[in-house]
Design a protein around this ligand. Structure first.
Ligand code: HEC
Length: 148
């Protein structure tokens, strides 16, 4: 199935890039935002088998994951990106602060998609569509604002 292939590609693009220990040695806001990103990654990992049809859709789980997205985006995520905070193993790019509005836009979009995911719970097609939009938003922000 085309859709399934797309999702599989998307999920591997998000998870298989970067090293397992990218995190090692991170401190302060860099560590805090990496932890938030890891929480977002765990959302994708939890939802992927349901989206791929390998596991039954569970509305309760979808609602919980939607909440985790909202808790790890918005103002709280932005607060972990004070100006020019690139140190240690950070993979953040300086463009974040040069194009702050754009960076903020991706963050807002992801937060809104977290709300959309909450609304989609109970409707598998809507969950799948929202999941794809979420993956696309992670990827778009990373492509522009995170080192490969
Ligand atoms: C607003 C932009 C933006 C969005 C949206 C975004 N990320 Fe990130 N992400 C970043 C930046 C910037 C970094 C690099 C942070 C650093 O290393 O200082 C990062 C790093 C990561 C990392 C590596 C963390 C580590 O331990 O080094 C993972 C995993 C990740 N993001 C997953 C996701 C997932 C999954 C989504 C979508 C659900 C997502 N991100 C959405 C900007 C974003």
């Amino acid at each position: 199935m085309r859709g399934q292939l797309f999702v599989t590609g998307l999920v591997s693009a998000i998870f298989l890039t970067g090293t397992v220990f990218a995190h090692e040695g991170a401190t302060g806001v860099v560590k805090e935002r990496m932890d938030m990103m890891e929480n977002l990654k765990s959302v994708m990992k939890t939802l992927a088998p349901m989206v791929k049809g390998q596991k039954e859709m569970d509305s309760q789980v979808v609602i919980e994951q939607a909440k985790i997205i909202r808790q790890n985006t918005g103002e709280v995520l932005l607060s972990k990106f004070p100006k020019d905070s690139i140190h240690g193993p950070s993979e953040a790019l300086p463009e974040i602060w040069q194009e702050w509005d754009k960076f903020k836009g991706y963050n807002t979009k992801l937060s809104e998609l977290g709300m959309a995911l909450n609304e989609a719970a109970g409707d598998p097609d809507a969950v799948i569509a929202t999941f794809k939009a979420i993956g696309g938003t992670c990827g778009a922000c990373h492509k522009q604002f995170k080192k490969d």
